[in-house]
Design a protein around this ligand. Sequence first.
Ligand SMILES: CC(C)(COP(=O)(O)OP(=O)(O)OC[C@H]1O[C@@H](n2cnc3c(N)ncnc32)[C@H](O)[C@@H]1OP(=O)(O)O)[C@@H](O)C(=O)NCCC(=O)NCCS
Length: 442
Amino acid sequence: MSFDLRGIPLDATAVRTLAAKGLEYRLVDTDDVAAATAWIEADFRGFHHARPRQVSIDYDLGVIAERRVQGVYDSSIHDPSIPVATVSSWPTGLSVPGGRSVDAWAVSSVTVSPTHRRRGIARALMLAELENARAVGAALAVLTASEATIYGRFGYAPAARAATVHVDRRRTHWIGPDAPGRVHFVDAADLRRIAPALARRAVARTPGEIDRWPGILDRALGLVDPDGEHSRRRRVVRYDDEHGNPQGFAVFQVVREPNEPGVVEFDFLAAATDDAERALWRFLVEQDFVTGVRGLLRSVDEPLPWLLEDPRAISVSDVADHLWVRVLDPVGALASRRYGTAGTLAIEVSDPQGHAAGRFELVVDERGRAEVERTDGAGATAAGSTPGIRLGVHELGAIFLGGVRPSVLARAGRLTPSTPRTAELADRMFLGQRTPHLSIWF
Ligand SMILES: CC(C)(COP(=O)(O)OP(=O)(O)OC[C@H]1O[C@@H](n2cnc3c(N)ncnc32)[C@H](O)[C@@H]1OP(=O)(O)O)[C@@H](O)C(=O)NCCC(=O)NCCS
């Protein structure tokens, strides 16, 4: 997808709804440093962060320059230049089962000032983002959520989970295969040159991951504020295969009190191959003078327990919903991914906001490739007696990447299969080769 993000007109419904509350919904010109800085300050305040230092503002100015940035303004407040609500959004690829990607619309920085909460401002912004997503032809919208109770009402559903993985160093004995290549400590700025390509390959391997933007790599590598304490702590390692070609990298730090063994903590591991993934894990879990390892936003389905003699060396905490998906165009979304088995399934979707509502037929061939057709409306072919499922847009988002089985939602009474066998068929069809996982916040 490529277009002028600022060229999308402001959603007229949001303009009207907010104007009726005495508020102005505005596109923020990110070249206007004063306006963009005020927006960034509101965003920081909205998430209860400390006031941003100049280095953070400069970093964010770079990031939001590539995004559509909107604010809500109240001319009656003490400083009307600071928006009372913020939101930003941008087109992104979302990895789907089968090593492919679908055009998605990422939504971030949703904040409403505590002075203006619960007046329907977030609702107006979120509904407008669905219109923006449609305007650019995105098949679905995606976000990560601070609280799990906010976004279901707008059709989003948890579609990929993440967890904190802890490894007890004393019980770590590697039994996995030796990787044929080597792990090297590398300079972060050097690695930055090849990081986008490595990250792209890593992202493509896992459904649920979204494209990395330049700023997130700068920050992960500690290049944003290189003299800051946070950046100075970060160490970067790269895995090169047996031919010397880089295949992955990890960024970690050792958190420790003086004279105490530390804990290896990492939040960025990009592996383009299985060898790279194993070698980087092994490097991280085999450090000395540490009590263990803490991997943040890891998959709930890591291969690690199969690589250590004692799988109980590993514990998992903070398992949570992480990526939320809101399907807008079921045909585009369903056709974008590969499926676990051949079959034909009628899918009837209800959607309170209308976008995804309709009847569709999903036909998957022996190679897992899908053809999707709308079967209601003018010119549609009738689905006839095809076995099918009925579900809401929320449930469609939940099963889309294979993160939950349709039969589980049927047991929860949230999806209706035409027969029990149909739920089994849907399970087999929607199953992906890899458990969906998103390893960043956005
Ligand atoms: C979340 C937030 C943006 C909501 O803003 P708001 O303008 O008060 O929300 P609205 O008045 O438009 O409420 C919309 C609906 O969401 C519900 N809602 C809003 N915030 C909620 C929350 N934190 N938990 C549960 N429900 C919430 C409202 O009750 C309302 O429900 P209804 O329409 O079904 O009656 C605001 O509370 C906020 O800025 N929180 C801190 C930052 C944050 O967590 N942002 C989310 C980033 S992922």
